[in-house]
Design a protein around this ligand. Structure first.
Ligand code: NAI
Length: 395
């Protein structure tokens, strides 16, 4: 079939297998161009491994350090006349490249929150690798079924304590308008913490430990975001920020159980991913931020961010550099005072009329389409393409 983008609000419902593969290959080439990691992990489990930060976290240790990787994700395979999700095609392309390079790679497509998926993953670790020495937790999910009670929790992106009104960008129409969001109820806050907090991260580490699948001196990392004052009410001080606070407390608990230096939270840069495009206000902030960071020659995507995370912190041969709250900060360039001052000044003046002049909305759009495998050089989008491709490890 001929595969073209079909955008519905902040999601694209189609994905291009060849385009996603080109995207994965470009990330692999970037990692190879940076040279080997000084002290890479050997066996890596990535939970949320198919897109965004998690995909990059699978590519970096594999192609920068020769690591065996197991990836867990929740994606849709393509069928005869319907495309699969981008994360499915990314994972197929990753496994193909890993196999060509002689690297072990196995993937699990299922609900990472469930007991069944944890058990299947742990059985594969025990059978194939013995133990893992690095676990990356990079899930972004709108809901979670509690494995103990069967109750379904849904996360919301809302402020806490009062409503929040701010400029916003309609990414379909390129209009700068405003949005007003009512505060979350106590129940919504608790639900968001259940979904996006660290409870499931801790359950994974406990399950791995009790099966004897954690190597001595293992490290685990989960991702967080802080960002500027203007998004504080919807992010850092909102429901998702509460969940990220819980994630930080989970790191403290894992460290007290397994020893200091076992668990880290890394604060990453705001980037276009499927998860971030769903957050109100954030796409406008990202469009302005990209313009400023590209002009300052400081722009990074997921792969550059995670390359830096491993090369300078997790696989450098030394201890990671931490902030006063014990977190790794690869959002350091985003948060530089000169960058933030330039973004804040553009924020005050941005309107529909000057959007394309003072922001990088065209870059935002291109990158959004690239997430789904569209707009990549060397891909023939007019060609008849088979949407049904399978994971090499499942053949
Ligand atoms: P993403 O949407 O690109 O990736 C989410 C991943 O989770 C995918 O692999 C997906 O298949 C997987 N997933 C979702 N539900 C699942 C389930 N039930 N079972 C198994 N897998 C499931 O998201 P992104 O942006 O890479 O986010 C990853 C983490 O990074 C999140 O914790 C997010 O808060 C954090 N982060 C994101 C930033 C951004 O600007 N995108 C900035 C800083 C942190």
């Amino acid at each position: 079939m001929i595969i073209a983008p079909k955008i519905r609000g902040f999601i694209c419902t189609t994905a291009h297998p060849e385009g996603c593969a080109a995207n994965v290959r470009a990330q692999i080439d970037y990692v190879k161009s940076r040279g080997p990691l000084a002290d890479p992990p050997k066996n890596v489990l990535v939970i949320g491994a198919s897109t965004g930060y998690g995909l990059a976290s699978r590519i970096v240790p594999a192609f920068g350090g020769g690591a065996a990787t197991i990836g867990v994700f929740f994606e849709k395979p393509g069928v005869e006349n319907k495309t699969g999700s981008a994360g499915w095609y990314n994972s197929v392309a990753f496994e193909e490249a890993a196999s060509e390079a002689g690297l072990y790679a196995k993937s699990f497509n299922g609900d990472a929150f469930s007991k069944e998926v944890k058990e299947a993953v742990i059985a594969a670790i025990k059978a194939d690798l013995g133990q893992v020495d690095s676990i990356v937790y990079s899930l972004a999910s709108p809901r979670r079924t509690d494995p103990a009670t069967g109750e379904v929790y849904k996360s919301v992106l809302k402020p806490i304590g009062g409503s929040y009104s701010q400029k916003n960008l309609n990414t379909d129409t390129a209009e700068v308008n405003s949005v007003s969001i009512d505060p979350a109820s106590e129940e919504e806050i608790a639900h968001t913490v259940k979904v996006m907090g660290g409870e499931d991260w801790e359950l994974w580490i406990e399950a791995l430990a009790s099966a004897g699948a954690l190597a001595d001196g293992f490290t685990t990392v989960a991702y967080s975001y802080i960002g500027p004052d203007l998004t504080y009410p919807i992010y850092t001080n909102g429901t998702i920020g509460r969940a990220k606070e819980h994630l930080e407390q989970s790191a403290v608990r894992i460290n007290s159980r397994f020893g200091a230096g076992s668990a880290y939270v890394s604060v990453n840069k705001a980037l276009v991913t499927q998860a971030s495009s769903a957050i109100p206000v954030v796409p406008l902030y990202i469009s302005l931020l990209y313009k400023v960071m590209k002009e300052a020659d400081l722009h990074e995507g997921c792969i550059e961010q995670i390359q830096r995370l491993f090369a300078e912190h997790l696989a450098s041969g030394g201890a990671p550099v931490l902030d006063e709250k014990g977190r790794i900060r690869i959002d350091d360039w985003e948060m530089r005072p000169d960058i933030q001052a330039a973004v804040a000044s553009a924020w005050h003046t941005v309107t529909t009329e000057n959007l394309s002049a003072i922001s990088d909305f065209s870059g935002y759009r291109k990158e959004f389409l690239r997430l789904f495998g569209f707009g990549l050089e060397g891909v023939d989008y007019e060609a008849d393409t088979n949407p049904e491709v399978s994971l090499p490890s499942e053949k």
